[in-house]
Design a protein around this ligand. Sequence first.
Ligand SMILES: *Cc1c(COP(=O)(O)O)cnc(C)c1O
Ligand code: SF4
Length: 343
Amino acid sequence: MVARNPAQWQGQNTAGEPWQQALQTVISDGHELLRRLGIDPQALPIDHEQPFPLRVPRAFVARMQAARADDPLLRQVLPLLAEATQQPGFSRDPLAEAAAEPVPGLIHKYHGRVLLIVTGHCAIHCRYCFRRHFPYAARQPSRAEWSRAFDYIRHDASISEVILSGGDPLSAPDRHLAWLIGEIEAIPQVSRLRIHSRLPVVIPTRITAALSALLADSRLLVSLVIHANHARELDDSLAAALAPLRRAGVTLLNQSVLLAGVNDQVEVLSELSERLFAIGVLPYYLHLLDHVAGAAHFAVPEERVQVLQAALLARLPGYLVPRLVREVAHAASKMPVFPPVRP
Ligand SMILES: *Cc1c(COP(=O)(O)O)cnc(C)c1O
Ligand code: SF4
């Protein structure tokens, strides 16, 4: 098969496309994706029966390399047959989140912070996602049901931060977010708002002028945690989209997941941190893979994790080294993973 340049096959510029339109034209057919990239489908056995199907915006596909079956961006989204193999120790709810949901849509696991599941939808389906087996879309709270969550927050004086999560909270329309944020602002003891979203990375036009204004005008201290795993995900359109948020004083952070075949190399992780900083984003967390069924092929062996971490610390300024953490069910925080001390 002849390798083509993705920018050519695309035949259109997605850079200025409205985000809702980009969401409607995501690629969901594995063979189509491989064909567009000039990769022989015989070379990559795809699972077409996946209950968590392929879903990837074209703006993200445009950053993949043509004719590279091992492309780190492609690997994050392509449902391989390997996912169907059961692996011991990989389960459907590895974090036992179901136990920490006092009212529908609100997860209260850590002191002072609650997480709201704003929507079950995502623009992209990441194969390593620990929420891949959750029926979020089926139980999305209505406005009336959200009032229980707001009451819960109002009655717990210790809660000072509300985190919008999902699914992807920015797949909700701006007017819904404006309503939600308005309700949160009305709770006196809440001082911080955090949004965890992969949408700015995969569809940069999601950062609309209305969204920037909404966050700029909030009385809350706002942070946005984007989610990128590889420097190639961070293109100039993202840099441009984030600029108004920076000017508005929004704190920009990134979280990544350590993934075999995607970013388990010290050069790749360093480049990611440096590129993030160049576009005004600080590395926050580097998560070890959650042991969710279907993601075993992304696991990085423990010894390799330690080698990588020591190499990163030896190479980068401290503020560009993300905190390496793992999620432990029922723990009081995400658990730091420390490198062994070698004097
Ligand atoms: C990760 C997470 C948070 C936020 O933790 P930080 O350490 O503050 O980033 C809050 N609630 C839940 C349920 C989480 O998984
Ligand atoms: S919740 Fe985040 S990691 Fe999971 S599929 Fe959605 S965008 Fe990807």
